[in-house]
Design a protein around this ligand. Structure first.
Ligand code: NAD
Length: 417
């Protein structure tokens, strides 16, 4: 453990890996390679503020493994970004791409900054400088970043433009999650939420749950949570609780997606939705619902509250919302948990579709993108389910065994081990 008694996310990521590696009796040489990222670039870079001061920011890019293809992974701007977090997220990306069956390896980046405290010109200077400093290790066939927490299509536009100062060929494929006008893909905004919903639908089919009789709580009504709400509702589920950083709203008769959207647009959050009861983010997780979608933060389902989770199905929209001890408790309690590396892989899968469109200079309709995304998710779910049943393990371990197996095969056939 890296910091006193507190487990870091990287400790968690290694623990999850080790659990699967032990079950698979994974070749120790492969384990040795996969436990750590292959390369971590750590930089301190100056940004000029509007008032003339220079502030130094820390940023990271971690490249975990590229046996299956070029590195791929988001970049987050957040005050809590640490090198350990970025390392963990890069490792999860390796497994996520392998589970989805897309030809990428795993990477992640981040800058320790509160972007809400910066003006737009300051944010642009920070984004461009950071990207220029990691440009030596990124590229359309080397490492392809994407948006993550508090970065968006505008950030990707600045990144791509900065990169194009050295590569004059309009290198759209260097980042994904771009605005449509400069090589973005239709369907990217809703992709992760759509994928979460496909996971819920596939899990329900295997578990013989009739979605038309199911209720659902969603923690985090941001990009992932709000789109997941729309799509699970379309599949027949009644969403009865939603939340954001300000708190939550609970209503037995249901919270229709379009009404929550209108309320959030009007008031800025989901609190005080007409006719709802206020609920804390902690209470939301323990509600008596059939389906729970954590779509906000890491480490919210822990050894302390896992036994109080009443949902039969948990689909992880967020990355890393469940601690390893909580996984064991949920499995013992027969709660099916669709892990992040499967449930939220719709985002990176549509990033892959964007990259393909950029490389072939041929752009697809929203229907075409959605159709391809669904096929990727359904196939990934089926493979993970099969592996999970075969080894009689929880779905996270099943997903790890499946992903690690693929990465190992690629490493062996390349001659790395
Ligand atoms: P977002 O910023 O759009 O939304 C986050 C939401 O969580 C917001 O509604 C925010 O108010 C809420 N929130 C913040 N603090 C909270 C708290 N303490 N309790 C409850 N809610 C809180 O971000 P996003 O893109 O939706 O990402 C959410 C999670 O999904 C992250 O873990 C991210 O890594 C993961 N993820 C996102 C994508 C994607 O395509 N956007 C893909 C894969 C995984």
């Amino acid at each position: 453990m890296s910091t006193g008694m507190q487990k870091t996310q990287y400790d968690m990521a290694v623990e999850q890996f080790q659990k699967a590696a032990d079950i698979m009796k994974l070749d120790p040489n492969v384990q040795e390679i996969l436990r750590k990222p292959r390369r971590i670039l750590s930089i301190n870079f100056p940004v000029k503020m509007d008032d003339g001061r220079i502030l130094l920011y820390s940023g990271f890019r971690s490249q975990h493994n590229n046996a299956l293809g070029p590195y791929k992974g988001g970049i987050r701007f957040h005050p809590n970004v640490t090198i350990d977090e970025v390392k963990a997220l890069s490792m999860w990306m390796t497994w996520k791409c392998a589970v989805a069956g897309i030809p990428f390896g795993g990477a992640k980046g981040g800058v320790t900054v509160n972007p809400k405290g910066l003006s737009k010109p300051e944010l642009e200077r920070l984004s461009r400088t950071f990207f220029s400093m990691i440009s030596e290790i990124v590229g359309p066939f080397r490492d392809i970043p994407a948006p993550d927490v508090y970065t968006d299509s505008q950030t990707m536009a600045w990144f791509m433009d900065e990169y194009s100062k050295n590569d004059r060929n309009n290198p759209f494929a260097v980042v994904t999650g771009k605005p449509l006008i400069i090589g973005g893909s239709l369907g990217r905004d809703s992709a992760t939420g759509r994928g979460v919903s496909v996971s819920v639908e596939e899990a329900a089919r295997h578990l013989k749950m009739n979605l038309k009789n199911c209720t659902c709580a969603i923690q985090g009504w941001g990009n992932v949570g709000s789109w997941a709400h729309k799509f699970v509702e379309e599949a027949g589920v009644k969403v009865v609780a939603v939340s954001d950083s300000k708190g939550g709203a609970h209503k037995h008769s249901g919270l229709p997606y379009h009404e929550v959207l209108a309320h959030k647009q009007k008031t800025g959050n989901v609190l005080n939705f007409p006719g709802s009861q206020p609920i804390t983010n902690e209470e939301l997780l323990e509600l008596d619902v059939d389906i729970l979608i954590p779509a906000a933060l890491e480490d919210v389902i822990t050894a302390n509250n896992a036994k109080k989770i009443k949902a039969k199905l948990v689909a992880e929209g967020a990355n890393g919302p469940t601690a390893p001890e909580a996984d064991d408790i949920l499995f013992r309690n027969k709660v099916t948990l669709v892990p992040d590396i499967l449930a939220n892989s719709g985002g990176v899968s549509t990033s892959y579709l964007e990259w393909v469109q950029n490389l072939q200079h041929l752009y697809w309709s929203a229907e075409e993108v959605d159709h391809r995304l669904k096929a990727i998710m359904v196939n990934a779910f089926a493979e993970v389910w099969k592996t999970t049943q075969k080894h009689n393990v929880d779905m996270r371990t099943g997903a790890y065994i499946y992903a690690i197996g693929k990465v190992t095969d690629a490493m062996k056939i390349r001659g790395w081990v």
